[in-house]
Write a protein that binds this ligand. Structure first.
Ligand SMILES: [Mg+2]
Length: 230
């Protein structure tokens, strides 16, 4: 067997994060009597993106990111006064319930799990990701779940991958395959760590990054043939 351990990214690979985010925002806004629509969604994505960049650059901590994005959102929408802290808590609670699977994910995951050890490797917050993944239909087939907040490093940092392989108890790198939709996080990280990589590229986007996956697939359905190859 070429591969005995398959590392799979969660969002954009197995789970639909956008659907989870939309659903959680809509429910939280409804609970707080705030008007929800396309504008709120767009503003949220813009503001949240800005705070995530600050967070990734180490300029704000996770707590600041979580609360300040809602402060800014309420101000941008002119929807105040509202308690940003409570809104964030409600939002996170709903987000942790957002276990929307992408088409084909369950079938492929089940087929692979019969023959391989499967670990989900995801960047994000423990509370959110653990809830979403363990509440999903995938949960019974997962050998390990490695979340960047617990690892103290995030993809593509090789320290994240070293931590994951240590937690999984799988020191050998030659029979590991990393599968994900992000060239900059999943593929760059796998390459840097010395494990084989498979880029899920459903949009068939051009790769101008210089980051080279070992395999490229347009749908998860193509994965078993690669992962199960002798
Ligand atoms: Mg992803």
């Amino acid at each position: 067997m070429r591969y005995s351990l398959i590392l799979l990214d969660a969002d954009g690979t197995l789970l639909d994060y956008d659907a989870a985010e939309r659903s959680a925002l809509r429910r939280a806004f409804s609970d707080f009597g705030l008007p929800y629509g396309e504008r709120a969604e767009e503003e949220y994505r813009r503001i949240n993106g800005r705070y995530w960049l600050l967070y990734e650059n180490g300029e704000v901590d996770a707590r600041t990111l979580q609360v300040e994005r809602f402060h800014s959102l309420i101000a941008a929408l002119g929807a105040g006064p509202a308690d940003a802290d409570a809104l964030n808590e409600t939002y996170l609670g709903y987000l942790a319930q957002g276990s929307f699977l992408l088409p084909g994910a369950l079938e492929v995951f089940r087929a692979l799990s019969a023959r391989k050890a499967l670990a989900i490797v995801t960047n994000g917050f423990t509370r959110t990701q653990r809830g979403r993944i363990l509440n999903s239909a995938l949960s019974g087939c997962i050998s390990h779940l490695i979340i960047s907040e617990e690892a103290g490093a995030a993809k593509p940092d090789p320290r994240y991958f070293e931590y994951a392989l240590k937690m999984i108890g799988h020191p050998c790198k030659t029979d590991v395959l990393m599968v994900g939709d992000s060239l900059t996080a999943d593929i760059r990280g796998g390459n840097a760590c010395g494990i084989d990589t498979c880029w899920l590229n459903p949009a068939r986007a051009a790769n101008g990054t210089g980051i080279e996956p070992d395999y490229e697939i347009a749908s998860l359905g193509e994965l078993p043939a690669i992962a199960m190859a002798e």
